[in-house]
Design a protein around this ligand. Structure first.
Ligand SMILES: Cc1cc2nc3c(=O)[nH]c(=O)nc-3n(C[C@H](O)[C@H](O)[C@H](O)COP(=O)(O)O)c2cc1C
Length: 289
């Protein structure tokens, strides 16, 4: 994956309608190519970050570069990355006030007059703080917009109270999950202690180990469920990958401790099918990412 950052100068000042239409194009096209990023516009200057597969970014950049609506297209940074800075936005958008930008921490050397392709190119050290700042702004936006189904600002006070109650309930569940995790860890430690103090001293049989593995996996599943709950509080992103991973772990845990002598073959076959379906689902999600 690569991240390409460039700036350019608009031929004419862009109206909000024109910007909106460009944003729509970006979101449709980039979403289909798994390209994410952010587009900034201020007083005739564009600043865009594109993240994704190298070939896809290079192809898109060669299209953008030829777009007659802007000129002076200047690459500021192009680097290989392992993680996206803007994973949730096929194209986030900020109509930025460049004066306000220069007041931000780490951007003090950056002046309003520098908000041009040449300004960005000669102040490459500001790109890091700028991306961090934009990312946190967008994350805040996602958090505020999140859970439209549970808005904190509903016009009906009764519904507002119900939504608030559900949110508190989710937080309480997260707290309970932490307690379960701690108890689970204590249980694993206790099981291992019991097994090693029993004769033969300091030795664990295969069955003892399987029992301990079951305990370990139960704790890991509890941690995954905790992450699901906290993700639910934090954003509107449905953690599908995490949910599937949790289900995979839960079923794997069962398989590890299966007692094949006493289980009916149909049960084992059905479990194998579920495991296969979850495995394929996880692989497909991973591939899409
Ligand atoms: C500053 C700027 C940024 C752009 N960014 C993107 C982009 O991220 N993705 C995209 O598909 N098109 C972007 N475009 C538009 C492309 O140049 C081109 O018009 C568009 O990809 C054509 O899409 P279409 O074939 O769906 O009409 C941008 C144009 C400008 C001027």
């Amino acid at each position: 994956m690569i991240r390409l950052t460039y700036a350019s100068t608009a031929i004419n000042e862009w109206s909000p309608e024109e910007l909106l239409s460009l944003l729509k194009t970006c979101r449709t096209n980039n979403g289909a190519k798994n390209i994410t990023g952010i587009l900034l516009y201020s007083k005739g200057t564009f600043f865009q970050v594109l993240e994704g597969d190298e070939a896809a970014i290079n192809n898109l950049y060669s299209v953008i570069e030829k777009d007659k609506r802007h000129t002076d297209v200047t690459v500021i940074e192009k680097q290989h990355i392992t993680e996206r800075a803007f994973p949730y936005w096929s194209m986030g958008f900020e109509k930025i006030d460049s004066k306000a930008l220069s007041k931000m921490e780490g951007l003090n050397d950056f002046f309003e007059k520098d908000f041009t392709p040449a300004g960005f190119a000669s102040h490459k050290q500001i790109i890091g703080p700028l991306l961090t700042h934009l990312r946190s702004r967008l994350i805040k936006q996602v958090t505020i917009d999140s859970h439209e189904e549970l808005p904190m600002e509903h016009e009906d006070p009764y519904i507002r109270l119900l939504h608030r109650t559900i949110r508190i309930g989710v937080k309480f569940l997260a707290l309970l999950m932490v307690i379960v995790i701690i108890l689970g860890i204590v249980d694993v430690v206790y099981v291992i202690y019991q097994k090693i103090v029993q004769p033969p001293f300091l030795l664990m049989t295969i069955n003892d180990m399987l029992e301990a593995f079951g305990g370990f996996l139960a704790v890991l599943i509890a941690i995954e469920i905790f992450l699901n709950i906290t993700l639910y509080i934090r954003s509107d992103v449905i953690p599908v990958k995490l949910v599937v991973a949790t289900a995979l772990m839960a079923i794997s845990r069962k398989v590890i401790v299966f007692d094949y002598k006493h289980l009916p073959p149909e049960y084992v076959s059905a479990s194998a099918l579920v495991l296969l379906a979850l495995g394929v689902t996880y692989w497909l999600i991973q591939k899409k990412d």
